[in-house]
Write a protein that binds this ligand. Sequence first.
Ligand code: NAD
Ligand code: IPM
Ligand code: MN
Length: 343
Amino acid sequence: MARIAVVAGDGIGPEVIGQARKVLDAVLPGVEATEYDLGAARYHRTGEVLPDSVIEELRGHDAILLGAVGDPTVPPGVLERGLLLKLRFVFDQYVNLRPSRLFPGVVSPLAGVKPGEIDMIVVREGTEGLYAGAGGGLHRGTPAEIATEESLNTRHGVERVIRDAFARAERRPRRKVTLVHKTNVLTHAGSLWSRTFDAVAAGHPDVTTEYQHVDAAAMFLVTQPQRYDVVVTDNLFGDILTDIAAAVTGGIGMAASGCINPERAHPSMFEPVHGSAPDIAGKGLADPAAAVLSVSLLLDHLGHADAAHRVAEAVAAELAGRTSGAPLRTAGVGDRLAAAAIG
Ligand code: NAD
Ligand code: IPM
Ligand code: MN
């Protein structure tokens, strides 16, 4: 039976993961889920962010289910870098998969966009770019202060994520891949990305390709989101574009993601795109759809395609049944989803 490590984390993390657990237990009875106490509370209590011993324990699981980390009482970056990014890096989760679909019954803030018309995945590079942590500072706190952040891009890292994007496009009806970068300014990394993209594309003559600068892509995501099928991009561009993609498909509360190690050499991690939402934490108002759809991605990754499908269908049905204006209650949604996913 599958062994899942659960890191509920901070803010609304435990609230939405509570619902995700209900659904997981419902569709995969007997699943072995182990909770790991990581996040702001542990940091305050012990000073620990992610002990090596915990990394080794997590390594023994089939997958990790994570809520969100980050809290206003902890300096920015301590948990985000020290916990979340560290997991993505040590487990070499280089494919950060972020699907966006406009589900029936969900109203897009974009006029005239109908359900089904937006159906895209962003394949975001997950282990390099500006997230690699290269950089530094000089003359801190003085008028001469300088801060640098360097973007790391390796041929190996760029090629493997582009290959993954093309492989995914081959399995989708539209078979289209859009490379998003900023080749007109980031001439070093941009050139590496676009040459690598062209080289991989040559092996996929049946896949349509296009290139867009990231600023234009941000615009088109709002004006013509229908045009996208598979988008492949670097770590930071992918972070930003997927919040936009979430917004145009009904909101960040519905956006799921997988941090995937396709070779399965390490556990993959599944998590909502959203954060710990301190503004609504503890109020029972968080939408658990993103966390539950992340469970669907997790099940799919572990080979439980049937259960994955049932979970996604349960979410689709629940979203279609929502009445606009009615307040959402996190636990109520979770109960309905768990019941629907069994049936
Ligand atoms: P956020 O995603 O937490 O919140 C942005 C807005 O979206 C807020 O108004 C919030 O209430 C709303 N929102 C988010 N999730 C929602 C849900 N499920 N249902 C309804 N509304 C929802 O982003 P932020 O405010 O920029 O970040 C808050 C903290 O979370 C920071 O510490 C940040 O570093 C961290 N963060 C963590 C992750 C992660 O763990 N994967 C992701 C993003 C941000
Ligand atoms: C996300 C988050 C993270 C990221 C942060 C919290 C490190 O914004 O998962 O989208 O930038 O990847
Ligand atoms: Mn983000």
